[in-house]
Design a protein around this ligand. Structure first.
Ligand code: IMP
Ligand code: MG
Length: 187
């Protein structure tokens, strides 16, 4: 797996530092006096890519928390460009009156975030904020409203820390690019 890596873009140490900063900001935004009523949040990670990021993030947010799940696919199989976002499954519970934080790994074409934001707004939530670990440097990504961004990255295909190619490499601790030969042979 290691020999498939072309370049390390963001190290696990850099990720850990930034995740701690994001968690601090999110905690403050969901706690009085910034928020009405008692501190509460429902975290909705977009599966599967957001699982690692979300696991690290939520353990640093020390407020009353519920979790809802949403599975969206846009890069099926060996794709390295979005094929259009599609909701595969959800398990959200009752979100009425909840302060919801949507969490995803990466903002690329924006299709996924826009789709899920629309679905969550239909649930009569008290508030909806969105956090992405990575945002690609492309106009479409900047057009989508998000509240928290971990890192701005170039418009390249990345894997690791939850992000996959053909459902592999999610367990790499750093965020990396893959060798062209790997992308061409499809892992
Ligand atoms: P969007 O809908 O085009 O914004 O893409 C968002 C989804 O596509 C993310 O949740 C990822 O799962 C996946 N994705 C986008 N870019 C990459 C990438 O560079 N590597 C791996 N997955 C990606
Ligand atoms: Mg995803």
């Amino acid at each position: 797996m290691r020999s498939d890596i072309d370049r390390v873009l963001i190290t696990q140490e850099q990720i850990a530092r930034r995740v701690a900063e994001l968690a601090e900001q999110i905690t403050a935004d969901h706690t009085p006096p910034k928020m009405d009523g008692p501190a509460q949040v429902t975290i909705v990670p977009v599966l599967t890519g957001a699982i690692i990021f979300c696991g690290d993030l939520i353990r640093r947010i020390p407020i009353a928390m519920q979790i809802g799940l949403m599975t969206v696919s846009s890069y099926p199989g060996k794709s390295v460009a979005s094929q259009g976002a599609q909701v595969l499954a959800w398990q959200l519970g009752d979100l009425r009156g909840r302060h919801v934080l949507l969490v995803d790994d990466i903002l690329d074409s924006g299709g996924t975030i826009k789709l899920v934001q629309g679905l969550l707004r239909e649930q009569a939530v008290a508030s909806l904020r969105t956090c992405v670990l990575l945002r690609k440097d492309r106009p479409a990504a900047r057009e989508v409203a998000v509240d928290y961004v971990g890192f701005e990255i170039p418009d390249v295909f990345v894997v690791g820390y939850g992000l996959d190619f053909n459902n592999y490499y999610r367990n790499l601790p750093d965020i990396v690019t893959l060798k062209t030969t790997v992308l061409e042979r499809g892992r």
